[in-house]
Unconditional design. Structure first.
Length: 278
């Protein structure tokens, strides 16, 4: 089997189907909720933990609606919902679903669900049945909106768990906070600077400053003075003089190029040859 193509999807508010009501289905439901999906669970028997999650998400949805917010994006949050049906799977359950998880304890039922999903061009994951899968759930670690994921193409879940453990030492809560801060300044940087080159310089300087503060255990933030110094430093004029082919000089001011004739003057290596006149 070839390696899976890594692709991150926005499933917030999207409708997903999980067929199965056991421990495996519970884990899939929890993962999907972590990214704000609306999950429909169908199974003849459903674990109490899944039912409890369904009740909790419904209460939260009701609270948000009562506050006048149909969704919670305005508070910078995401929430998922779980709807459960204690009955056997039906093909109509696939309607309007962005993807499907077949997590029953019956391989034949999982295969049937996978075939139904394929016919409708719906991505499907059949637990522990790689041949019936069109996508997999990678081992991942998340800190706010920073997500790192690993896949072994189904060859070695133990290896992906090892990689996840190693990543946990690198991807810390502070990096998640830094990422949010970097996102919060993007509009200001775009408004303040005209060129992509200048913006990249600012992003790198801000990131380096925040990483240094992380290592020092300081607050991840910049004062107005520090922020203004970084902007002013990038916006200050600078001049670079270059001589090409012995008769051209390039002057760069704030990233703009201007060609200037030198009348044959040679200014290489600090030496100057007097211009011949007349």
């Amino acid at each position: 089997m070839m390696a899976y193509f890594p692709m991150f999807l926005d499933i917030e508010g999207k409708h997903c189907l999980v067929v199965g009501g056991g421990k495996v289905a519970l884990r899939k439901v929890q993962v999907l909720l972590d990214f704000g999906a609306h999950v429909t669970v169908v199974a003849q028997q459903i674990e109490k933990e899944i039912k409890d999650i369904a009740e909790q998400t419904q209460r939260k949805a009701d609270e948000i609606s009562s506050m006048g917010f149909p969704r919670s994006e305005e508070r910078g949050e995401s929430y998922g919902q779980v709807t459960i049906y204690e009955r056997a799977y039906k093909k109509n359950d696939l309607q309007d679903k962005v993807f499907v998880v077949a997590a029953t304890d019956d391989a034949e039922v999982n295969h049937e669900i996978a075939e139904d999903a394929r016919k409708r061009n719906i991505p499907v994951n059949a637990v522990d049945q790689p041949k019936d899968c069109t996508f997999i759930f990678p081992s991942y670690i998340r800190k706010k909106n920073v997500v790192g994921a690993f896949s072994s193409a189904g060859n070695s879940p133990v290896l992906t768990q090892y990689l996840k453990k190693q990543m946990q030492e690198i991807l810390t809560d502070e990096l998640g906070e830094i990422n949010e801060y970097m996102g919060s300044i993007r509009s200001t940087v775009k408004e303040s600077l005209d060129t992509e080159r200048e913006r990249k310089i600012v992003y790198r300087k801000v990131l380096q400053t925040l990483l240094e503060r992380k290592e020092a255990g300081e607050d991840i933030d910049l004062s107005k003075r520090e922020w203004q110094e970084i902007l002013d430093g990038v916006k200050s004029p600078f001049i670079e003089m270059k001589v090409r082919h012995g008769n051209r000089k390039k002057e760069v001011i704030n990233g703009s190029n201007k060609k200037i004739k030198t009348n044959g003057c040679n200014a290489r290596h600090g030496k100057r040859k007097p211009c011949e006149s007349g």
